[in-house]
Design a protein around this ligand. Sequence first.
Ligand SMILES: *[C@@H]1O[C@H](CO)[C@@H](O)[C@H](O)[C@H]1NC(C)=O
Ligand SMILES: *[C@@H]1O[C@H](CO)[C@@H](O)[C@H](O)[C@H]1NC(C)=O
Ligand SMILES: *[C@@H]1O[C@H](CO)[C@@H](O)[C@H](O)[C@H]1NC(C)=O
Length: 270
Amino acid sequence: MAPKARPLLLLVLWMLPAPAQPGPGNENDGGWQRRGAGAPAAVAEEERCTVERRADLSYAEFMQHYAFSRPVILLGLTDNSRFRALCSRERLLASFGNNVVRLSTANTYSYQKVDVRFQEYVEQLLHPQDPTSLGNDTLYFFGDNNFTEWASLFRHYIPPPFSLLGTTPAYSFGIAGTGSGVPFHWHGPGFSEVIYGRKRWFLYPPEKTPEFHPNKTTLAWLQDTYPTLTPSTRPLECTIQAGEVLYFPDRWWHATLNLDTSVFISTFLS
Ligand SMILES: *[C@@H]1O[C@H](CO)[C@@H](O)[C@H](O)[C@H]1NC(C)=O
Ligand SMILES: *[C@@H]1O[C@H](CO)[C@@H](O)[C@H](O)[C@H]1NC(C)=O
Ligand SMILES: *[C@@H]1O[C@H](CO)[C@@H](O)[C@H](O)[C@H]1NC(C)=O
């Protein structure tokens, strides 16, 4: 091999796509989980799951049983391993570190928006949720995406293949720290997929308005209100893993809690 060839070969290998994550529970966290001394423990996972999980659901079954009536977790419909590889911490920082992203406060009615460089968000603001701080004081990167600047990433995302008549899909991409989440709110129907990490969901049908404070964090609600709920006032709930997609119907109340530093993308149908 010529002396110059080896560095070139290494460069070519480095540029090849990273190996895909085979599935949930895998060690490949895209570099988003900080381990070692001083790393905060992930929020404990709750085994209870009262949302149905369906593998390889047909469109007819989706429309008949879920689209207008209840949430469902979809498995095996799409393979976003390519998109996942592009969403590693290192790759996103290399491609978008200098882009300005718009952060929102993590409360029910998110009025305040803050613009920061993506690198600053990842390196300085993406920390675990402080359980004593309020949702309206917590900044969260979700939605308000610039689809022109980030087009080279979003074109690799394969959305869930189910559409609803008369609606247009719109993506909302986010990255958030351990223990963060958005408290109860509702809007139109959509899907939410976890790319890295785990996200716990709490859902109530439109007619069952939950008890919550719009400026408190989901973590505070989980600690203060959730334990007081009786079986008949508990939400539907489940923790979804990388590669799983949760569908929420129109106007269903929902709150989320990221159990790890999470990368996620929603497809809103409106
Ligand atoms: C956050 O909400 C609390 C309680 O609703 C309120 O007292 C406080 O002023 C708000 N903080 C900010 C920064 O808006
Ligand atoms: C929530 O916080 C916002 C400002 O962040 C404030 O204007 C609003 O009144 C608060 N809501 C409640 C119910 O305290
Ligand atoms: C998105 O980014 C482009 C290119 O930097 C910029 O011209 C445009 O104003 C941005 N759009 C929004 C909605 O911020």
